[in-house]
Design a protein around this ligand. Structure first.
Ligand code: PBG
Length: 342
């Protein structure tokens, strides 16, 4: 018996008469592990990766220390490495050279484009890993918006959906397991599902960015891809951060249109949305722990202001506790390395 324990039991006279003492279950590490309600697992994690043209080249993203843009050959090594660490899935984002961008993002559905080539190569090299490709125009559009822009600067919904469908089909053809529309156009999940089915890609899933907010937390990601909008903002298609009921409406539409997994993005400022969505559906719920959330933790820990490892685990556990089954996070590799024994 531990001495601390016996001390408290021996000082009976000073004890309060309490029917409940919640601290009993917090007394030892083993006891705490027994009653822990939320367990973060490497199975929950999806690792976003950035691919660029070229060979034997990698560049660290300044506002995302520890994250790189990789040329295809180095990306394959990284994907192997990640799978060996137990991470089941990656989400792929391309860095498109300026001279391949245009107003209607035609490069996005080039069957021999960067994403399509990379997915094929991953399929060959690491066949079991789950490959998720992003469906949105912004990395490919000269103006940086997720849609086709009219002469007076309006983001046009239905013409954009036509391009998204072509992009999704070309990614499915290359071997993607899930296509992930991150654009927030109306009706795109249904249009993509119909097209995939019509072309025989019945097993390709849709991970829908269902409730994606117009967020300032995407800044570092836009640095990574050089994809910041050249004019205006994304508020006519991404959601207002003040709204929760609207998220439930978006979720209901995506379910009706055939989404397989629903995503909320960003994660930390939207934990209440994650919880409400969790209660509103039986589908798997994913949350995107976005670039700005990553950058804040990195910056503070580089200055020695917070303990990085503890803050990462606390943060990701909170996202899971709120109700996320899956977490897209740039910390996936770090967590895979630190999870055993936590
Ligand atoms: C593109 C897209 C964005 C992110 C994922 N897909 C940026 C945006 O919508 O502007 C952000 C991811 C992150 O910040 O980590 N549609």
């Amino acid at each position: 018996m531990s001495s601390k324990n016996s001390v408290s039991h021996h000082s009976k006279s000073t004890n309060l008469l309490l029917p409940n003492r919640p601290r009993r279950l917090r007394r030892t590490p083993a006891m705490r592990r027994m009653v822990r309600e939320t367990q973060l697992s490497v199975n929950d994690l999806i690792y976003p990766l950035f691919v660029m043209e070229g060979e034997s080249h990698q560049e660290e993203i300044i506002s995302m220390p520890g994250c790189y843009r990789y040329s295809g050959d180095l990306l394959l090594k990284e994907v192997k490495n990640v799978f060996e660490l137990g991470i089941n899935a990656i989400a792929l984002f391309p860095v498109i050279p300026e001279d391949k961008k245009d107003a209607t993002a035609t490069e996005s559905y080039n069957p021999d484009g960067l994403v399509q080539r990379t997915v094929k190569a991953i399929r060959q090299a690491v066949p079991e890993i789950v490959v998720i490709t992003d469906v949105a125009l912004d990395p490919f559009s000269s103006h940086g918006h997720d849609g086709i822009v009219s002469e007076d600067g309006i983001i046009l919904n239905d013409p954009t959906v036509d391009v998204l469908v072509k992009m999704a089909l070309s990614q499915a053809n290359a071997g993607a397991d899930f296509v992930a529309p991150s654009d927030m156009m109306d009706g795109r999940v249904g249009a993509i599902r119909q097209a995939l089915d019509a072309e025989g890609y019945v097993d390709v899933g849709i991970l829908a960015y269902s409730a994606k907010y117009a967020s300032a937390y995407y800044g570092p990601f836009r640095d990574a891809l050089d994809s910041a909008p050249k004019f205006g903002d994304k508020k006519t298609y991404q959601m207002d951060s003040a709204n929760a009921k609207e998220a439930l409406k978006e979720i209901a539409l995506d379910i009706a249109e055939g989404a397989d997994v629903l995503m909320i993005k960003p994660a930390l400022a939207y934990l209440d949305i994650i919880q409400q969505v969790r209660n509103a559906t039986q589908l798997p719920v994913a949350a995107y722990n976005v670039s700005g959330e990553y950058a804040m933790i990195k910056a503070a820990s580089q200055r020695g202001w917070i303990d990085e490892k503890s803050v990462i685990l606390e943060t990701l556990t909170s996202i899971k506790r709120a109700g996320a089954d899956l977490i897209l996070t740039y910390f996936a590799k770090d967590v895979a390395l630190m999870l055993p024994g936590t």
